[in-house]
Design a protein around this ligand. Structure first.
Ligand code: ATP
Ligand code: MG
Length: 168
């Protein structure tokens, strides 16, 4: 994470390790999770949704430039930088990986509904994919901002219906 340095990506400054604990020194994001914001606001106007999408895409672009894929992009893992502002920051690199490694630590990972089909349907634990998987999740988030925000029941039904959108 220390290689990452972009306004739309959480900045990790330092890591300290003791026998029992790991301390991560990072930016404090006072605006709370993006998921809470969209739940509160309801369906977003197109202009606002596209502004949010742009922030997410710029963050993904930076990750891609650094050879990193996040692999768990979803509104819970995106935060708002300040209480009053609108700037989005990608957080939670718990499942992130460099694209260019011999073998991923967790190859089949992510969150149902947001995870890209090439990951969800991966058969070979040593199988590979690319940073494009994060773009799939960004597309789902955009879809959510436009269409499903006020109807989470419908959204969940769609996600868990077999053969709909993707197989799990
Ligand atoms: N830099 C930060 N500043 C402020 N709050 C943060 C920051 N990073 C994370 N959080 C808060 O902690 C929550 C969990 O963080 P994160 O997503 O990194 O961990 P997690 O392992 O996914 O935990 P969880 O299982 O609760 O989602 C976030 O949803 C957010 O509310
Ligand atoms: Mg999280």
């Amino acid at each position: 994470m220390k290689v990452l340095d972009d306004p739309n990506v959480l900045k990790l400054f330092e890591v300290y390790e003791t026998e029992n604990s790991l301390y991560l020194i990072m930016d404090y994001l006072a605006g709370g999770p993006f998921s809470a914001r969209v739940k509160r606001t309801g369906k977003l106007p197109e202009k606002q949704a596209l502004k949010y999408l742009l922030s997410i895409l710029l963050g993904i672009q930076h990750l891609t430039e650094k050879g990193v894929m996040h692999r768990d992009l979803k509104p819970d893992n995106i935060m708002i930088r300040t209480e009053k502002g609108d700037d989005l920051v990608i957080v939670d690199f718990g499942l992130a990986s460099f694209v260019d490694v011999k073998e991923y630590i967790f190859s089949r990972c992510g969150t149902p509904g947001y995870v890209a089909p090439e990951i969800a349907n991966l058969k070979d634990p040593k199988g590979k994919y690319t940073a494009i998987c994060d773009l799939f999740s960004a597309g789902v988030i955009l879809h959510l901002m436009f269409d499903f925000l006020n109807d989470s029941g419908l959204w969940e039904n769609l996600l868990f219906q077999e053969n709909h959108i993707m197989k799990f």
